[in-house]
Design a protein around this ligand. Structure first.
Ligand SMILES: [Zn+2]
Length: 290
C-alpha cells in the first residue's frame, strides 16, 4: 500500500508564477520540455533538498545541481541537460525569484575604472527584457548554408569544467620554479581551451546545405561528415560560425540599469559616479550566498 493518498498533499508547493523562455519551446520535443499551450512555464520555489544540492561544489561544477533544481522547480522540464543554455539562465533567475523574492543581485563593470559594481534588480523586470530565439540560424559561407543550433546546457557544463581546470592549472603555474616547465604547462592549457572551442563549434553545426552541379539541393547532417568538413575548411568558415554562435548566445535577459561606482578615483565631489549599463546575472550565485 505504498501509493496511498497523502493527506498533506494539499500543502505541497504551488507555482509562484509563470514565465516564458527565450526559445519559446521551439527546439524541444516533449521528452525535453512539455510546453503548455500558453508557452508559459509554471515556476515553483526550491525545496530544502534543492537548496542543499545548490551548495555542493561538485554538483555545481558537473551541472547536476542545476539539472536537479530546474527539473524540481519547473516540472514541465524533463531533461534540462538537453535544453538551450539561454533558457536555463532565464529559468534559474525565475527560480531565484520564486524562492527568495523579487530582489536579485547583479553586477556591471564601471566604464571608468573597470571595477565590478553591484546593484539590486527586480526579477520581474529582468524577465520582461528577455529576447527570443529564432526558429533557425543560418551562416552563408562560400555557397554553403550552415545551420547553427544554439548552445545546450550540456555544452555549457563542458565549457565550465574546462575553464575550471584551466584556472586551477594557471594558478599552479606560479609555484613551478622552472621556466621551461611553466611555459609547457601554459601551452598545454592553451591547447585544451582551443580544442574545447573547436569541439563546441563543430557540435553547433546542425546541417550544411548546398546546391550541386545538377541544381539539386544536398543537405548534410551526418555528424562525422560535418566535423570532417570543419577540419578541412578555410579558417573563415570557422570564424563566421563562431560569430553567429556569439550572437545567438547573447540572446536572453538584457537588463540595462543605473549603477554607481564608489571607487576613490571615480568619486565626483565625494559622490559616487553614476553610470548606466547592461547588468550581468550570475544565475548560480544565489546558491552560495547563504
Ligand atoms: Zn569606477
Amino acid at each position: 500500500m505504498a501509493n496511498t493518498h497523502n493527506p498533506l498533499s494539499a500543502f505541497y508547493r504551488a507555482p509562484k508564477f509563470f514565465t516564458a523562455i527565450p526559445s519559446g519551446g521551439k527546439y524541444y520535443t516533449p521528452d525535453i520540455v512539455e510546453m503548455p499551450d500558453t508557452n508559459d512555464l509554471p515556476v515553483f520555489a526550491m525545496t530544502s533538498k534543492d537548496e542543499l544540492i545548490m551548495k555542493n561544489p561538485d554538483a555545481l561544477l558537473n551541472g547536476e545541481a542545476v539539472v536537479q533544481v530546474i527539473q524540481s522547480c519547473v516540472p514541465n522540464v524533463k531533461d534540462a541537460r538537453r535544453m538551450l543554455s539561454s533558457d536555463i539562465d532565464v529559468l534559474l533567475i525565475a527560480i531565484q525569484g520564486a524562492s527568495y523574492g523579487d530582489d536579485i543581485d547583479v553586477t556591471a563593470n564601471c566604464p571608468k575604472c573597470e571595477n565590478q559594481c553591484s546593484a539590486v534588480a527586480s526579477v520581474d523586470t529582468a524577465l520582461t527584457t528577455m529576447g527570443s530565439l529564432q526558429d533557425s540560424y543560418i551562416a552563408e559561407v562560400n555557397g554553403l548554408s550552415i545551420k547553427i543550433k544554439p548552445f545546450t546546457y550540456a555544452n555549457t557544463i563542458k565549457a565550465g569544467i574546462t575553464n575550471f581546470r584551466s584556472t586551477r592549472s594557471l594558478q599552479a603555474l606560479a609555484d613551478i620554479p622552472d621556466e621551461m616547465e611553466r611555459l609547457s604547462l601554459f601551452n598545454e592549457n592553451f591547447k585544451q581551451i582551443s580544442a574545447l572551442n573547436y569541439e563546441l563549434t563543430a557540435e553547433s553545426i546542425e546541417s550544411i546545405t548546398f546546391t550541386d552541379e545538377n541544381g539539386e539541393k544536398v543537405v548534410v547532417t551526418d555528424r562525422a561528415h560535418l566535423t570532417e568538413f570543419l577540419d578541412n575548411a578555410d579558417t573563415s568558415v570557422g570564424a563566421s560560425i563562431e560569430e553567429q554562435i556569439t550572437a545567438i548566445n547573447g540572446i536572453g535577459i538584457n537588463l540595462e540599469m543605473q549603477l554607481e561606482c564608489d571607487q576613490e578615483g571615480c568619486l565626483e565631489d565625494g559622490n559616487p559616479y553614476p553610470f548606466s549599463s547592461k547588468v550581468n546575472f550570475d544565475p548560480v550565485n544565489f546558491s552560495t550566498a547563504s
